[in-house]
Design a protein around this ligand. Structure first.
Ligand SMILES: Cc1cc2nc3c(=O)[nH]c(=O)nc-3n(C[C@H](O)[C@H](O)[C@H](O)COP(=O)(O)OP(=O)(O)OC[C@H]3O[C@@H](n4cnc5c(N)ncnc54)[C@H](O)[C@@H]3O)c2cc1C
Length: 330
């Protein structure tokens, strides 16, 4: 194990200033490895105007909360976030650093590792401790295989956590001190600045935090038929997602793409409509609590990971489902 002690856990907030769902997961992961890390849990939250969010988030298990709270941290630009995390590591000397495997985390975590000349186990789905050794498990080859990573020489053990891999910690477990963490930003860290933060569209921008996601694939035949997916999503109060096949075809915007080269989501309910279930799609949604698949091919791979499967023509099944949900809700 590395020679430092304790865990540094990094959290992020969404555009509304609330902790992202994965922030609660990384905190739960931090608590699970605090023993092997031989110390407490220090939590670092980055954003602008985040004092209340930091207090609530940190109370889910941190012993100490640091807030990098300044306008420069809004939007979490990679160099600025990397500067904050690097400085927090240098000041707290943790044995283990856990970061969210978000789009931002995938940008800043490798920068931090490079600056510290440490290794990085990215996109981990499990952490184990045996005989005082920490092991992280991460999927490779598009989810077809798992590798186990140990950290004999790295200082510290740097890990990003894939969304949906850990149960979320709940607030109220601890009453940590919340301390402002003033970061020294070099001119190079500020070469890129945020000019404007604009919503990508009401539906797509909600994908990360939506409790329900309804995704459509090539089975919808043409872009206009995505109205069926939108209506089902609307009836469930959910967000719309898409496969790469339909994004590449120009039917849907890229920010709706779920999968290896798109977003990772872990809603309570994921409905896959006319989606075959290619491994590259599944890695982005298989952490969902319940998966419902609608496909006319009984052998479609999506049924292997579905909690509930409907074998049928989506053009019959989806309108009937939407009507039944609307009836039940009215
Ligand atoms: C390096 C790499 C990265 C990739 N990254 C991603 C990624 O991030 N996300 C992603 O999604 N894909 C990704 N892909 C592509 C992936 O391999 C698949 O090609 C893609 O997911 C298939 O999309 P689909 O399910 O919409 O289409 P298809 O595979 O064509 O499936 C369509 C499904 O619709 C069903 N269907 C057809 N008509 C009906 C009907 N009337 N009623 C009900 N069902 C019907 C069919 O039975 C079929 O199962 C990647 C591929 C590579 C090589």
């Amino acid at each position: 194990m590395p020679t430092g002690s304790g865990v540094l856990v990094v959290g992020e907030v969404d555009a509304s200033g609330a902790p992202r769902p994965i922030s609660w997961e990384v905190l739960a992961a931090a608590k699970s490895v605090a023993g092997v890390a031989g110390g407490g849990v220090t939590a670092l939250l980055m954003g602008s105007g985040i004092a209340d969010a930091a207090r609530a988030w940190g109370s889910a298990g941190a012993d100490r909360v640091l807030t990098a709270d300044a306008p420069e941290f809004a939007g979490l630009l990679p160099a600025v976030a990397a500067a904050a995390v690097t400085e927090a590591i240098q000041r707290t000397n943790p044995a283990v650093v856990l970061m969210p495997g978000t789009t931002s985390g995938r940008d800043y975590a490798p920068l931090v590792a490079a600056r510290l000349k440490a290794g990085l186990a990215a996109d981990c789905v499990e952490l184990h401790e045996a005989d005082g050794t920490l092991t992280a498990t991460r999927p490779v080859l598009g989810g077809r295989a798992l590798t186990r990573v140990t950290f004999p020489d790295s200082q510290p053990a740097m890990i990003t956590i894939r969304a949906g891999s850990f149960a979320k910690a709940g607030p109220g477990a601890t009453s940590p001190e919340v301390e402002p963490f003033v970061v020294t930003l070099a001119p190079d860290d500020l070469r890129v600045s945020m000019v404007e933060l604009a919503a990508k569209g009401a539906v797509g921008s909600r994908l990360d935090s939506a409790a329900v996601v309804v995704s459509g694939g090539r089975g919808l035949k043409e872009p206009a038929n995505f109205a069926l997916v939108e209506e089902l999503a609307e009836s469930l109060g959910g967000a719309v997602g898409a496969t790469r096949a339909v994004v590449d075809a120009g039917w849907r915007p890229h920010h709706e793409q779920i999968g290896q080269t798109g977003r990772t989501v872990s809603p309570r309910l994921y409905v896959a409509v006319g989606v075959s279930g290619a491994v590259q799609h599944n890695v982005g949604m298989q952490g969902s609590e319940q998966i419902v698949a609608i496909n006319r091919d009984p052998d479609a791979p999506i049924f292997k990971i579905a909690s509930f499967g409907i074998v049928g023509d989506l053009f019959e099944v989806v309108p009937a489902l939407t009507a039944a949900i609307r009836d039940a809700r009215s």
